[in-house]
Design a protein around this ligand. Structure first.
Ligand code: CA
Ligand code: CA
Ligand code: CA
Length: 375
Protein backbone atom coordinates (compact mmCIF):
# COMPACT_ATOMS: atom_id res chain seq x y z
CA UNK A 1 0.00 0.00 0.00
CA UNK A 2 2.83 2.39 0.81
CA UNK A 3 4.28 1.72 -2.61
CA UNK A 4 0.90 2.47 -4.12
CA UNK A 5 0.79 5.88 -2.43
CA UNK A 6 4.32 6.64 -3.53
CA UNK A 7 3.32 5.81 -7.08
CA UNK A 8 0.16 7.90 -6.76
CA UNK A 9 2.16 10.84 -5.45
CA UNK A 10 4.55 10.50 -8.39
CA UNK A 11 1.70 10.46 -10.89
CA UNK A 12 0.05 13.49 -9.27
CA UNK A 13 3.37 15.37 -9.25
CA UNK A 14 3.94 14.66 -12.93
CA UNK A 15 0.39 15.71 -13.81
CA UNK A 16 0.70 19.00 -11.92
CA UNK A 17 4.08 19.87 -13.41
CA UNK A 18 2.68 19.27 -16.90
CA UNK A 19 0.34 22.26 -16.63
CA UNK A 20 1.27 25.82 -17.46
CA UNK A 21 2.05 27.31 -14.01
CA UNK A 22 -0.18 30.15 -12.83
CA UNK A 23 2.88 32.38 -12.39
CA UNK A 24 4.29 31.54 -15.83
CA UNK A 25 3.91 35.11 -17.16
CA UNK A 26 4.83 36.97 -13.95
CA UNK A 27 8.03 38.35 -15.49
CA UNK A 28 6.20 39.66 -18.56
CA UNK A 29 5.98 43.17 -17.15
CA UNK A 30 7.01 45.35 -20.08
CA UNK A 31 5.43 46.61 -23.28
CA UNK A 32 6.53 46.62 -26.91
CA UNK A 33 9.71 44.78 -27.80
CA UNK A 34 10.75 44.71 -24.12
CA UNK A 35 7.73 42.51 -23.48
CA UNK A 36 8.63 40.39 -26.52
CA UNK A 37 12.11 39.66 -25.18
CA UNK A 38 10.75 38.95 -21.69
CA UNK A 39 8.40 36.41 -23.26
CA UNK A 40 11.25 34.94 -25.29
CA UNK A 41 13.12 34.25 -22.04
CA UNK A 42 10.03 32.75 -20.41
CA UNK A 43 9.24 30.38 -23.28
CA UNK A 44 12.86 29.41 -23.88
CA UNK A 45 13.37 28.34 -20.26
CA UNK A 46 11.97 24.87 -19.87
CA UNK A 47 11.68 24.22 -23.60
CA UNK A 48 12.91 20.65 -24.08
CA UNK A 49 13.57 19.82 -27.73
CA UNK A 50 12.51 16.28 -28.58
CA UNK A 51 14.00 16.59 -32.04
CA UNK A 52 12.33 15.72 -35.30
CA UNK A 53 11.24 12.24 -34.35
CA UNK A 54 8.11 10.18 -34.33
CA UNK A 55 7.42 11.56 -30.85
CA UNK A 56 5.69 14.47 -32.62
CA UNK A 57 3.24 12.02 -34.19
CA UNK A 58 2.63 10.56 -30.73
CA UNK A 59 2.05 14.04 -29.27
CA UNK A 60 -0.44 14.83 -32.06
CA UNK A 61 -2.75 12.16 -30.63
CA UNK A 62 -3.38 14.63 -27.81
CA UNK A 63 -2.57 18.02 -29.31
CA UNK A 64 -4.19 17.66 -32.74
CA UNK A 65 -7.07 15.28 -32.26
CA UNK A 66 -10.56 16.03 -33.57
CA UNK A 67 -12.46 16.34 -30.29
CA UNK A 68 -14.21 19.48 -31.56
CA UNK A 69 -15.88 18.96 -34.95
CA UNK A 70 -16.67 15.34 -35.90
CA UNK A 71 -15.27 14.35 -32.49
CA UNK A 72 -14.10 11.12 -34.10
CA UNK A 73 -10.50 10.99 -32.82
CA UNK A 74 -9.12 11.51 -36.31
CA UNK A 75 -6.21 13.90 -36.94
CA UNK A 76 -7.39 17.52 -36.73
CA UNK A 77 -5.90 18.85 -39.97
CA UNK A 78 -6.44 22.57 -40.51
CA UNK A 79 -5.88 22.09 -44.26
CA UNK A 80 -8.74 19.59 -44.66
CA UNK A 81 -11.12 20.04 -41.70
CA UNK A 82 -14.52 21.34 -42.77
CA UNK A 83 -15.85 23.01 -39.60
CA UNK A 84 -19.49 23.15 -40.71
CA UNK A 85 -19.84 19.86 -42.60
CA UNK A 86 -18.39 16.41 -43.11
CA UNK A 87 -14.69 16.45 -43.91
CA UNK A 88 -13.60 15.55 -47.45
CA UNK A 89 -11.30 12.90 -45.95
CA UNK A 90 -9.76 11.94 -42.59
CA UNK A 91 -6.56 10.46 -41.24
CA UNK A 92 -6.17 8.05 -38.34
CA UNK A 93 -3.28 8.88 -36.01
CA UNK A 94 -0.15 7.01 -37.05
CA UNK A 95 2.47 6.98 -34.31
CA UNK A 96 4.97 5.22 -36.58
CA UNK A 97 5.22 8.34 -38.69
CA UNK A 98 4.83 6.49 -41.95
CA UNK A 99 7.63 4.01 -41.35
CA UNK A 100 5.09 1.21 -41.12
CA UNK A 101 1.75 0.90 -42.90
CA UNK A 102 -0.38 3.78 -41.72
CA UNK A 103 -1.66 7.13 -42.79
CA UNK A 104 1.37 9.31 -42.22
CA UNK A 105 3.58 9.98 -45.25
CA UNK A 106 5.08 8.02 -47.08
CA UNK A 107 4.44 9.36 -50.49
CA UNK A 108 1.52 11.35 -51.76
CA UNK A 109 0.27 12.33 -55.15
CA UNK A 110 -3.18 13.70 -54.44
CA UNK A 111 -5.02 15.22 -51.49
CA UNK A 112 -6.11 12.58 -48.94
CA UNK A 113 -3.22 10.16 -49.61
CA UNK A 114 -1.51 10.75 -46.25
CA UNK A 115 -0.64 13.41 -43.68
CA UNK A 116 2.73 14.74 -42.56
CA UNK A 117 4.24 17.63 -40.60
CA UNK A 118 3.73 21.17 -41.81
CA UNK A 119 6.17 23.87 -40.66
CA UNK A 120 4.10 27.05 -40.48
CA UNK A 121 7.42 28.90 -40.56
CA UNK A 122 9.07 26.97 -43.43
CA UNK A 123 12.00 24.79 -42.38
CA UNK A 124 13.87 25.70 -45.57
CA UNK A 125 14.44 29.18 -44.12
CA UNK A 126 16.26 27.80 -41.06
CA UNK A 127 18.02 24.93 -42.84
CA UNK A 128 15.89 22.34 -40.99
CA UNK A 129 17.88 22.96 -37.81
CA UNK A 130 16.85 22.05 -34.27
CA UNK A 131 15.06 23.07 -32.13
CA UNK A 132 12.91 24.93 -34.67
CA UNK A 133 12.32 21.82 -36.77
CA UNK A 134 10.52 19.80 -34.11
CA UNK A 135 8.85 22.67 -32.21
CA UNK A 136 5.24 21.56 -31.88
CA UNK A 137 4.05 25.13 -31.40
CA UNK A 138 4.50 25.79 -35.12
CA UNK A 139 4.72 22.24 -36.55
CA UNK A 140 1.27 20.78 -37.20
CA UNK A 141 -0.12 17.69 -38.92
CA UNK A 142 -1.63 18.41 -42.33
CA UNK A 143 -2.44 16.63 -45.56
CA UNK A 144 0.83 15.97 -47.36
CA UNK A 145 -0.31 17.25 -50.74
CA UNK A 146 -1.71 20.52 -49.38
CA UNK A 147 1.47 20.92 -47.33
CA UNK A 148 3.46 20.63 -50.57
CA UNK A 149 1.07 23.02 -52.31
CA UNK A 150 1.61 25.64 -49.61
CA UNK A 151 5.35 25.13 -50.11
CA UNK A 152 7.27 27.97 -48.42
CA UNK A 153 4.87 30.76 -49.34
CA UNK A 154 3.84 33.18 -46.62
CA UNK A 155 0.24 33.25 -45.47
CA UNK A 156 -2.04 35.98 -46.81
CA UNK A 157 -5.33 36.90 -48.36
CA UNK A 158 -5.67 35.47 -51.89
CA UNK A 159 -7.33 37.48 -54.67
CA UNK A 160 -8.83 36.07 -57.85
CA UNK A 161 -5.50 35.14 -59.43
CA UNK A 162 -5.11 31.53 -58.26
CA UNK A 163 -2.02 29.42 -58.82
CA UNK A 164 -2.67 26.02 -60.34
CA UNK A 165 -0.68 22.90 -59.58
CA UNK A 166 -1.12 19.34 -60.75
CA UNK A 167 -3.10 16.85 -58.68
CA UNK A 168 -4.78 19.44 -56.51
CA UNK A 169 -7.79 21.65 -56.94
CA UNK A 170 -7.56 25.31 -56.06
CA UNK A 171 -9.28 26.02 -53.68
CA UNK A 172 -8.40 22.74 -51.98
CA UNK A 173 -11.15 20.42 -50.76
CA UNK A 174 -11.72 22.45 -47.57
CA UNK A 175 -11.29 25.82 -49.27
CA UNK A 176 -7.66 26.65 -48.48
CA UNK A 177 -6.11 28.33 -51.51
CA UNK A 178 -2.93 29.60 -53.14
CA UNK A 179 -2.67 32.71 -55.27
CA UNK A 180 -1.58 36.31 -55.55
CA UNK A 181 -1.83 38.33 -52.36
CA UNK A 182 -4.37 41.09 -51.89
CA UNK A 183 -3.11 41.70 -48.37
CA UNK A 184 -1.99 45.35 -48.20
CA UNK A 185 1.76 45.71 -48.77
CA UNK A 186 2.42 42.39 -50.53
CA UNK A 187 1.67 41.20 -54.06
CA UNK A 188 3.54 37.87 -54.17
CA UNK A 189 2.02 34.41 -53.90
CA UNK A 190 0.43 33.55 -50.56
CA UNK A 191 -1.44 30.63 -49.00
CA UNK A 192 -4.79 31.35 -47.37
CA UNK A 193 -6.25 28.88 -44.85
CA UNK A 194 -9.99 28.87 -44.16
CA UNK A 195 -11.43 31.48 -41.77
CA UNK A 196 -11.84 28.96 -38.93
CA UNK A 197 -8.08 28.54 -38.63
CA UNK A 198 -6.74 31.98 -39.60
CA UNK A 199 -6.28 33.03 -35.98
CA UNK A 200 -4.89 29.65 -34.93
CA UNK A 201 -2.21 29.85 -37.61
CA UNK A 202 -1.48 33.54 -36.98
CA UNK A 203 -0.83 32.93 -33.28
CA UNK A 204 1.49 30.01 -34.07
CA UNK A 205 3.44 32.08 -36.59
CA UNK A 206 3.68 34.92 -34.05
CA UNK A 207 4.95 32.47 -31.41
CA UNK A 208 7.86 31.74 -33.77
CA UNK A 209 8.72 35.48 -33.87
CA UNK A 210 9.13 35.45 -30.09
CA UNK A 211 10.76 32.09 -29.42
CA UNK A 212 13.36 32.53 -32.17
CA UNK A 213 13.73 36.31 -32.26
CA UNK A 214 17.52 36.13 -31.93
CA UNK A 215 18.06 33.30 -34.40
CA UNK A 216 17.21 34.88 -37.76
CA UNK A 217 20.91 35.76 -38.37
CA UNK A 218 22.33 32.37 -37.32
CA UNK A 219 24.41 30.42 -39.81
CA UNK A 220 22.27 28.32 -42.09
CA UNK A 221 19.27 30.64 -41.93
CA UNK A 222 18.25 32.08 -45.30
CA UNK A 223 18.75 35.77 -45.86
CA UNK A 224 15.62 37.68 -45.01
CA UNK A 225 15.70 39.01 -48.57
CA UNK A 226 15.19 35.66 -50.35
CA UNK A 227 11.90 35.10 -52.11
CA UNK A 228 8.90 34.25 -49.91
CA UNK A 229 10.84 34.82 -46.67
CA UNK A 230 8.69 37.08 -44.44
CA UNK A 231 11.54 38.02 -42.05
CA UNK A 232 12.57 41.69 -41.99
CA UNK A 233 16.12 41.20 -40.69
CA UNK A 234 15.65 42.41 -37.10
CA UNK A 235 15.08 40.63 -33.79
CA UNK A 236 12.48 43.09 -32.55
CA UNK A 237 9.93 43.39 -35.31
CA UNK A 238 11.07 40.04 -36.78
CA UNK A 239 8.57 39.91 -39.68
CA UNK A 240 7.97 42.41 -42.44
CA UNK A 241 5.38 45.05 -41.60
CA UNK A 242 2.75 43.74 -44.01
CA UNK A 243 3.06 40.28 -42.45
CA UNK A 244 2.66 41.51 -38.86
CA UNK A 245 -0.46 43.42 -39.93
CA UNK A 246 -1.85 40.39 -41.74
CA UNK A 247 -1.26 38.11 -38.77
CA UNK A 248 -2.69 40.70 -36.42
CA UNK A 249 -5.87 41.05 -38.47
CA UNK A 250 -6.32 37.27 -38.50
CA UNK A 251 -5.65 37.19 -34.75
CA UNK A 252 -8.53 39.67 -34.25
CA UNK A 253 -10.95 38.06 -36.72
CA UNK A 254 -10.57 34.57 -35.33
CA UNK A 255 -10.14 34.77 -31.56
CA UNK A 256 -8.62 32.11 -29.31
CA UNK A 257 -10.71 28.93 -29.28
CA UNK A 258 -10.97 26.17 -26.69
CA UNK A 259 -9.13 23.83 -29.04
CA UNK A 260 -6.13 26.20 -29.07
CA UNK A 261 -6.14 26.43 -25.29
CA UNK A 262 -6.19 22.63 -25.13
CA UNK A 263 -3.48 22.39 -27.79
CA UNK A 264 -1.30 24.89 -25.92
CA UNK A 265 -1.62 22.81 -22.75
CA UNK A 266 -0.80 19.61 -24.64
CA UNK A 267 2.21 21.31 -26.23
CA UNK A 268 3.36 22.50 -22.79
CA UNK A 269 3.09 18.93 -21.50
CA UNK A 270 5.09 17.72 -24.51
CA UNK A 271 7.96 20.22 -24.58
CA UNK A 272 7.69 22.43 -21.50
CA UNK A 273 6.85 25.83 -22.96
CA UNK A 274 3.71 27.70 -24.02
CA UNK A 275 2.44 30.04 -26.72
CA UNK A 276 1.91 33.37 -24.91
CA UNK A 277 -0.59 34.67 -27.47
CA UNK A 278 -3.08 31.95 -26.58
CA UNK A 279 -2.94 32.74 -22.85
CA UNK A 280 -2.64 36.52 -23.41
CA UNK A 281 -4.11 37.59 -26.77
CA UNK A 282 -3.54 41.25 -25.83
CA UNK A 283 0.25 40.78 -26.02
CA UNK A 284 0.13 40.93 -29.83
CA UNK A 285 -1.00 44.52 -29.89
CA UNK A 286 1.27 45.51 -27.04
CA UNK A 287 4.36 44.12 -28.76
CA UNK A 288 3.84 45.41 -32.29
CA UNK A 289 1.80 48.56 -31.56
CA UNK A 290 4.43 50.80 -33.14
CA UNK A 291 3.99 49.30 -36.61
CA UNK A 292 0.36 48.20 -36.69
CA UNK A 293 -1.62 49.88 -39.41
CA UNK A 294 -2.99 53.07 -37.88
CA UNK A 295 -6.09 53.40 -40.06
CA UNK A 296 -7.38 50.01 -39.13
CA UNK A 297 -6.20 49.57 -35.61
CA UNK A 298 -5.70 52.81 -33.71
CA UNK A 299 -8.90 52.42 -31.73
CA UNK A 300 -8.73 48.67 -31.60
CA UNK A 301 -9.20 48.52 -27.86
CA UNK A 302 -12.46 50.35 -28.23
CA UNK A 303 -13.88 49.30 -31.60
CA UNK A 304 -12.85 46.66 -34.12
CA UNK A 305 -14.15 46.49 -37.69
CA UNK A 306 -13.24 43.59 -39.95
CA UNK A 307 -12.54 42.41 -42.53
CA UNK A 308 -11.25 45.66 -43.97
CA UNK A 309 -11.07 45.69 -46.99
CA UNK A 310 -14.41 43.88 -46.89
CA UNK A 311 -14.95 40.57 -48.66
CA UNK A 312 -18.73 40.25 -48.62
CA UNK A 313 -21.95 42.07 -47.85
CA UNK A 314 -21.25 42.64 -44.17
CA UNK A 315 -18.39 43.67 -41.91
CA UNK A 316 -18.25 42.74 -38.25
CA UNK A 317 -18.11 45.45 -35.60
CA UNK A 318 -16.84 44.58 -32.12
CA UNK A 319 -17.37 47.08 -29.34
CA UNK A 320 -18.01 47.08 -25.62
CA UNK A 321 -20.78 49.63 -26.09
CA UNK A 322 -23.84 49.90 -28.30
CA UNK A 323 -23.12 52.05 -31.32
CA UNK A 324 -24.85 54.21 -33.83
CA UNK A 325 -22.94 53.72 -37.09
CA UNK A 326 -23.02 56.15 -40.01
CA UNK A 327 -21.36 55.47 -43.34
CA UNK A 328 -20.18 58.42 -45.47
CA UNK A 329 -18.77 58.46 -48.98
CA UNK A 330 -15.57 60.35 -49.80
CA UNK A 331 -17.59 63.49 -50.61
CA UNK A 332 -19.03 63.51 -47.12
CA UNK A 333 -22.52 62.34 -48.14
CA UNK A 334 -24.19 60.09 -45.60
CA UNK A 335 -24.96 56.76 -47.29
CA UNK A 336 -26.52 54.81 -44.46
CA UNK A 337 -27.04 54.51 -40.74
CA UNK A 338 -27.38 51.40 -38.58
CA UNK A 339 -27.34 50.48 -34.91
CA UNK A 340 -24.80 47.93 -33.70
CA UNK A 341 -25.15 45.89 -30.52
CA UNK A 342 -23.33 42.85 -29.17
CA UNK A 343 -26.08 40.60 -30.55
CA UNK A 344 -26.37 42.44 -33.88
CA UNK A 345 -22.79 43.23 -34.80
CA UNK A 346 -22.90 42.94 -38.61
CA UNK A 347 -22.85 46.18 -40.56
CA UNK A 348 -24.72 45.61 -43.82
CA UNK A 349 -22.78 47.14 -46.72
CA UNK A 350 -24.53 45.27 -49.53
CA UNK A 351 -25.83 48.47 -51.12
CA UNK A 352 -22.44 50.16 -51.30
CA UNK A 353 -20.37 50.18 -54.50
CA UNK A 354 -16.68 49.35 -54.35
CA UNK A 355 -14.49 52.07 -52.90
CA UNK A 356 -13.42 54.01 -49.83
CA UNK A 357 -15.87 55.07 -47.13
CA UNK A 358 -15.67 56.76 -43.76
CA UNK A 359 -17.52 55.03 -40.95
CA UNK A 360 -18.45 57.07 -37.90
CA UNK A 361 -19.14 55.24 -34.67
CA UNK A 362 -21.03 57.06 -31.93
CA UNK A 363 -21.60 55.62 -28.48
CA UNK A 364 -22.85 57.06 -25.21
CA UNK A 365 -19.27 58.06 -24.38
CA UNK A 366 -17.98 59.53 -27.62
CA UNK A 367 -17.35 58.98 -31.30
CA UNK A 368 -14.60 57.98 -33.68
CA UNK A 369 -14.20 57.59 -37.43
CA UNK A 370 -12.45 54.82 -39.37
CA UNK A 371 -11.81 54.13 -43.03
CA UNK A 372 -13.53 51.20 -44.66
CA UNK A 373 -12.67 49.82 -48.08
CA UNK A 374 -15.49 47.98 -49.84
CA UNK A 375 -13.90 45.47 -52.21
CA1 CA B 1 -12.85 16.43 -38.50
CA1 CA C 1 -15.93 18.48 -40.14
CA1 CA D 1 -9.91 29.52 -34.98
Amino acid sequence: MKQFYTLLLLVVTITVSAQIPSDYYDNATGTGYTLKTQLKTIITNGHVDHGYTNSLYVAYQTSDNDSYYENDNSVLDMYSENPSATDPYNFAHDTNGGSAPGQACGNYSIESDCYNREHLFPQGFFDSQDPMRGDIHHVVPTDGRVNGFRNNYPFGKVGTNLVSQSNISNPTQNGSKLGNSISPGYTGIVFEPIDEFKGDIARMVLYFAVRYEDNWNDSGWSSHTVANNPLNGTSNQFYETWYVNLLYSWHLQDGVSQREIDRNNAAYAYQGNANPFINHPEYVQSIWASILSVDEFETVDVIKMYPNPSNGNTVTIVSRENLSVEVYDVLGKKIKMQNITSSQNKLNISGLSKGLYLVRFTSATGSTTKKLIKS
